[in-house]
Design a protein around this ligand. Structure first.
Ligand SMILES: [Zn+2]
Ligand SMILES: [Zn+2]
Length: 164
């Protein structure tokens, strides 16, 4: 992942780098992961493998989603197969790294992170799943940005910044 817990201006993209530990492995779904945008024009399937699932509470995720956090699912490289047109939303972080998030060109839903086919894997935003029960969060990250009105479930591994 991309955020630095030590830098107060660090932003999180959850999109272009793999997670290297810091949380337990989430339960593997046994069904093919499918989902898509609000209007149905941008669809994906992602096999059955995930790496980490959790909540990101960083202020970038709040702004881009219009919510208090984003529920994310990390996918291994090559897992994400996308159909339909998408638009890149690129945000440069304070340290110069880029966060790349992808939206449907028609309805503007935020659907996934990381360019399709990139070697670092991708992120799915769990609200886009066809079967939202696939999302089984194990952690919450960037909790120092969490608004008081976001109530996280018990049992999550909590990180004020990014997991090391
Ligand atoms: Zn974030
Ligand atoms: Zn759409």
């Amino acid at each position: 992942m991309q955020c630095s817990p030590s830098a107060s201006l660090a932003k999180c993209s959850l999109s272009t780098s793999p997670v290297n530990g810091g949380g337990k492995e989430s339960a593997m779904p046994h069904v093919n992961i499918t989902g898509g945008c609000l209007c149905g024009a941008l669809r994906y399937e992602a096999g059955t493998q995930t790496t980490v699932m959790g909540y990101c509470c960083c202020d970038d995720c709040q702004k881009v989603s219009g919510s208090g956090f984003i529920p994310f699912i990390r996918l291994p490289p090559g897992a994400l197969k996308v159909s339909g047109e998408y638009r890149l939303n690129l945000k440069q972080q304070a340290d110069g790294r880029n966060s790349d998030r992808y939206h449907c060109v028609k309805c503007a839903s935020l659907v996934f992170g990381g360019a399709p086919g990139n070697p670092n894997g991708n992120t799915l935003y769990a609200g886009t799943l066809d079967d939202t029960a696939i999302f089984q969060p194990a952690m919450a990250i960037m909790t120092k940005f969490k608004p008081d009105w976001v109530l996280l479930p018990d049992g999550l591994k909590m990180f004020e910044g990014m997991p090391q």
